[in-house]
Design a protein around this ligand. Structure first.
Ligand code: NAP
Length: 280
């Protein structure tokens, strides 16, 4: 059994980005509504990651009670600003229609790959800016030399930012995909026969050794916080005895997701810079 080192993979991606942008300065802006400790922490993590590779980064923080009009106005300003190459929106945004906010982002600056245009492109096998967590799963498998073509992949999650785009990305790579969720009758029936299991339910210990076939690859996207401790969906100690490869939590998908946000930002930077150049 091999424990996949997400921090090392992320470090490699970041190093390559830092080398590639030596003379450039991609600028990424995050919009945040204050009042949620965790979301403020994530915004800080993203800013730190941007600085590590030499990007410019800012968090635009609104006070609790900010209106949809204010947020949409800020997005318009960032869309129009040629010096801004990437826009992220930190959830939760209480009382604000997230769909409207996402729709307002210029798809070329959508570094989290959540705009309907980018989702559609992903579904059409024309991936450009894809959601960061599914991209992290793909990057991890690529890094570990796992070919997904022809493999049975089971995804436990059907959310818009994880399960659905990941299913499309796996299909784009010719895997055979099953997507499970809370209404799936017999989860084990699917996971037990899978070559690759990707679980992101956010339920501690959901995937036990009984769910996993001998030698299968287990990627744990789940994050469950209990006090200071962080757990995944997978009962790591029992599953690691049976799996061929496994990601830990923490130190697995999380750091690679951040690195993928940086990679998307670089891609957006190149696209936006080329567009500005054409307009000049
Ligand atoms: N590592 C990272 O970088 C990263 C990034 C993003 C998210 N996450 C973590 O990944 C998890 C999912 O995030 P999300 O935003 O996609 O959350 P979400 O929207 O709540 O989605 C959870 C998914 O899991 C399914 N599910 C929940 N309980 C289940 C169960 N007992 N059996 C089978 N399926 C079940 C849900 O089905 P229903 O919709 O039918 O309930 C849903 O499809 C969370 O723990 C989150 O913290 C990690």
């Amino acid at each position: 059994m091999h424990v996949i080192d997400g921090r090392r993979i992320a470090g490699g991606i970041e190093k390559k980005i830092a080398e590639e942008i030596a003379h450039d300065k991609p600028h990424v802006s995050t919009i945040l509504v204050r009042g949620n400790e965790e979301s403020e922490l994530y915004a800080k993590l993203k800013e730190k990651a941007c600085r590590r590779v030499g990007f410019e980064s800012e968090t635009i923080a609104f006070d609790e009670g900010a209106t949809e009009k204010e947020i949409l106005g800020e997005i318009k300003r960032l869309n129009d600003d040629r010096e801004v190459h990437g826009i992220m929106v930190q959830l939760p945004m209480p009382g604000i229609d997230y769909g409207k906010v996402v729709n307002a982002i210029d798809p070329a600056k959508d570094v989290e790959g959540v705009h309907p245009f980018n989702m559609g492109m992903t579904l059409l096998n024309r991936e450009f800016l894809v959601p960061c967590t599914p991209l992290a799963v793909i990057k991890i498998l690529e890094h570990e030399g796992v070919e997904v073509r022809g493999k049975d992949v089971v995804i436990v999650n059907h959310s818009n930012i994880v399960g659905k785009p990941l299913a499309a990305m796996m299909l784009n790579r010719n895997a055979t995909v099953s997507v499970c969720h809370v209404y799936t009758d017999d989860l084990m029936k699917y996971t037990g026969n899978a070559d690759i299991i990707v679980s992101g339910a956010g339920v501690k210990g959901l995937i036990t050794e009984k769910h996993v076939g001998e030698g299968s690859i287990v990627i744990d996207v789940g994050i469950v916080k209990e006090g200071e401790k962080v757990y995944g969906d997978v009962d790591f100690d029992s599953v690691k005895e049976k799996a061929g490869m496994i990601t830990p939590v923490p130190g697995g998908v999380g750091p690679v997701t951040i690195a993928c946000m940086l990679e998307n930002s670089l891609r957006a930077y190149r696209g936006v810079a080329a567009r500005s150049h054409r307009k000049n």
